[in-house]
Design a protein around this ligand. Structure first.
Ligand SMILES: [Zn+2]
Length: 409
């Protein structure tokens, strides 16, 4: 017997998420073969003879029982490595404490920075494993993780290393993003420009030489960093050849998206306040719009991202959890998909493409997020009648099987 396929999955309906005309990129193929972690066969098996001939080409044959096969989800925006959590702060808030009182009692992002700096690597890793595992259980096979709770050299590098090491503990690929420009650390109070100098002169050279980050991100906002400070970080990242991502237009129209487009950013994230007139620039630069309904929901926001205009200009829209301890403690890509539909009026087709093919693009990854020959065999199998069910239910499903690079996990 020739073992041409490491695994052969037959009798499946395939929502490929390929950018074709059919909903969910559905294919007529019902059989898929994997070799060396990649999809090497997609075919429509019509007769028992045909199927038998294919089955003889693999020692590992799986009957999909008519279930739907989707690409593994890609969560393209998380901050899931951090010390402590903010449940206590949540309690205080709901007991009527103001943000100032919470900050005075050591809460807010500064509190998370303190706890992250104090946590040792093992603690950071163990808590991150628990969080990432919840995403993996829903069929997420690639996660982006940002730094940004250390804000000093040592802790930022540790966060990135810990994030990457999740790959050794879970069946998931990790993409790391350096988000030093997340908040101003106490060491640089009233000296944001000095902190940008520190990022560009002291941190980014280490990150670039040790290849610790796949991208660099900035929180460009009135309460974050200005457009000119953001541009200095982008220019430095570009100098080191590291791709750019950006938190922009979450709370105000600061024109961070225009700057990001100018620098050919992979993605602009949040974008509730993005002006319609700035959208053609994103279309031109091929920048993905990453929508984060979890933060919108958690912060009780009312301004919605300009979904109609993004759609009209064919700007790809991705969806992610933004999993973080402050504004989006959301460990569920399926809930993010549902929220994208309910809160932002995405169609289920757009929402599911947003958490697969477009999320992969938001990370600059062309080898996943779709089911096609040559792509990674990151696959999920679902006992559903239609893919729309995954968006329709509020976190109501679990995959019946997950394959990471062709291996059943
Ligand atoms: Zn974020």
């Amino acid at each position: 017997m020739t073992n041409r396929y490491d695994i052969l999955i037959y009798n499946v309906r395939i929502a490929s998420m390929q950018l074709n005309q059919s909903p969910y990129g559905a294919l007529t193929s019902n059989t898929l073969g994997v070799t060396d972690g990649h999809i090497t066969l997609l075919t429509e098996c019509q007769t028992p003879d045909e199927l038998e001939r294919l089955q003889q080409m693999s020692d590992n044959v799986v009957d999909g029982k008519g279930q739907w096969l989707l690409p593994g989800f890609v969560d393209c925006h998380t901050h899931l490595v951090y010390g402590g959590n903010r449940a206590e702060e949540f309690e205080m808030r709901l007991q009527g404490a103001s943000y100032v009182e919470i900050a005075q009692r050591g809460g807010g992002i500064k509190g998370t920075v303190e706890k992250t700096r104090r946590a040792d690597d093992r603690t950071l890793l163990n808590t991150a494993i628990k969080r990432a595992k919840r995403l993996c259980e829903e069929g997420v096979t690639t996660i982006e993780v940002k730094s940004g709770y250390g804000l000093d050299l040592d802790t930022e590098l540790r966060m990135l290393r810990v994030a990457k090491s999740l790959e050794q503990h879970l069946p998931v690929s990790i993409q790391t993003t350096y988000l030093g420009a997340h908040a101003l650390p106490n060491e640089f109070t009233d000296n944001a420009d000095g902190y940008i100098d520190f990022i560009c002169n002291d941190v980014l050279p280490h990150i670039a030489s040790q290849k610790l980050a796949d991208a660099v991100d900035v929180f460009c906002e009135t309460i974050g960093f200005s457009v000119s400070q953001t541009e200095r970080v982008f220019a430095c990242a570009q100098h080191y050849g590291v791709p750019i991502k950006a938190h922009v237009e979450q709370l105000s129209d600061s024109k961070g998206a225009v700057l990001a487009a100018k620098y050919g950013a992979l993605s602009v994230d949040h974008i509730e306040y993005l002006a319609d007139s700035d959208i053609p620039m994103l279309a031109q630069s091929g920048t993905v719009a990453v929508l984060l309904p979890g933060a919108f929901y958690y912060l009780n926001e009312v301004q919605k991202p300009p979904v109609d205009a993004l759609r009209a200009h064919n700007v790809p829209m991705a969806l992610a959890t933004d999993f973080n301890p402050g504004s989006s403690p959301l460990a569920s890509i399926l809930t993010a998909i549902n929220m994208g539909c309910v809160l932002f009026q995405l169609t289920p087709d757009e929402a599911l493409r947003g958490a697969t093919v477009h999320a992969a693009s938001a990370l600059g990854l062309q080898d996943r997020g779709v089911i096609d020959t040559g792509k990674l065999a990151d696959l999920t199998l679902w006992d559903i009648e239609t893919p729309a069910e995954l968006a329709y239910c509020i976190n109501g499903h679990r995959p019946t099987a997950v394959y990471k690079e062709g291996k059943h996990v």
